[in-house]
Structures are given as C-alpha cells and as structure tokens.
Ligand binder design. Sequence first.
Ligand SMILES: [Zn+2]
Length: 84
Amino acid sequence: MARILLLLGLLVLALFWALGRRRDGAGSAKAGPGPVGAPPGPMPMVACAHCGLHLAQAEAVQDAEGRWFCSEDHRAQGARGARG
Ligand SMILES: [Zn+2]
C-alpha cells in the first residue's frame, strides 16, 4: 500500500513539473526572436555626399537636390563644390 501512495506522490510531482515547464516554454519562446532594446523598424542609413560618412537618415541633412550630408557644414560645402 505504501508503494501506491509513493507512486501517487510522484505522479502529482510530475504533473506539477510538466505544467510548470509548459508555462516556462511558452514564456521563453515569446521572448526568443529579435534583439532586446532595438528600434522596431530598420534604420535607414545614408552616406554624406561630401565626405562619404555613413549615418542614420534621421541625423542627416538633405539639400534641395535630394542629396544627404552629415552636417549643415558639409551641405554648404557640397553644394558649393557641385556648382563649380
Ligand atoms: Zn560629411
């Protein structure tokens, strides 16, 4: 009779262990893909038309002709260089 009680106890333990594992698995699977703390979308990169420096489009300066520059300084120099 003691063996049956032992088996029942093991069964209950196994059940709790399986339930706990299933919950852990679902949680880790959700947090798996994708780097943590990264921006949601891909950040567009542009090259400065004057010095060739690559920087994020959000930090770049665009001139009237649609060219990208790393700073207002290079935008003025680039425009001057294009004119001759
Ligand atoms: Zn530049």
